[in-house]
Design a protein around this ligand. Structure first.
Ligand SMILES: CC(C)(COP(=O)(O)OP(=O)(O)OC[C@H]1O[C@@H](n2cnc3c(N)ncnc32)[C@H](O)[C@@H]1OP(=O)(O)O)[C@@H](O)C(=O)NCCC(=O)NCCS
Length: 200
């Protein structure tokens, strides 16, 4: 089993990775697969593709943003294997922290099944050692849908992730807004997150 750059896969193998990606996310939450390939798309291959992760370095911060993370099956340990391979590879590439956003189970008007999926997903990440960041009103512009998201992070140095707070936390919020979503620090959306999170 190994993690392979999508660019190294034969076209028919890449199609299998595309199918995993497209099955994992509803259309309003995903970009086109071709758009992903402009980022670092990593495919976990065990004979054939079994999981996909898409990563983007957050400029020169030393941190990397996990844009998509999806297993080709559920509840069989594939997500855990993908997590282990991706965090190891990102650490070896010199990144010190991996950051990403997840849907909020407490979002209004979400049906109970979806609330349960969101909670299980967060539970999965917490078990892997990631932390939920104490950030409020993080509202990245994502295509047509604008919804508040939760931010999570894991440090890649090998030890447990210490709490991420104060100036460090503010830097993470600003880096994600700018380098993932194209909103600079004095954008009102960014500023609101900083203020309501007590980071001003
Ligand atoms: C989240 C995900 C990567 C986990 O991969 P997995 O191979 O199912 O995970 P593992 O078998 O290693 O671990 C099982 C745990 O994964 C989580 N999980 C499993 N199926 C899940 C699902 N359908 N939705 C959300 N989380 C799920 C749960 O925490 C589960 O533990 P539990 O059964 O005690 O609740 C996988 O469910 C997935 O690809 N979901 C769709 C895409 C997605 O939501 N990606 C994350 C976007 S932020």
């Amino acid at each position: 089993m190994k993690l392979v750059d999508a660019g190294e896969l034969a076209p028919e193998v890449l199609e299998r990775a595309r199918a995993i990606y497209e099955a994992g996310f509803p259309p309003h939450l995903r970009s086109s697969f071709d758009n992903l390939l402009r980022d670092h798309t990593a495919v976990l291959v065990d004979g054939e593709p079994i999981a996909v992760a898409v990563l983007r370095p957050l400029a020169d911060t030393g941190w990397v943003f996990l844009r998509y993370f999806v297993a080709g099956s559920r509840g069989q340990g594939v997500g855990t294997l993908l997590w282990q391979h991706v965090t190891r590879a990102m650490g070896e590439a010199g990144h010190t922290r991996m950051v990403y956003d997840v849907e909020d189970p407490a979002e209004r008007s979400v049906d109970p099944d979806e609330v349960s999926v969101r909670k299980r997903r967060i539970g999965f990440y917490l078990r892997q050692g990631a932390r939920l960041l104490p950030v409020r009103e993080f509202v990245p512009p994502q295509g047509e849908v604008v919804q508040p998201m939760l931010l999570m992070a894991v440090d890649l140095g090998g030890g447990p992730t210490a709490p991420i707070v104060d100036a460090d936390l503010r830097a993470v919020v600003e880096a994600v807004y700018e380098h993932r979503y194209g909103l600079v620090a004095d954008d009102p959306v960014v500023w609101r997150t900083i203020e309501v999170s007590g980071l001003a």
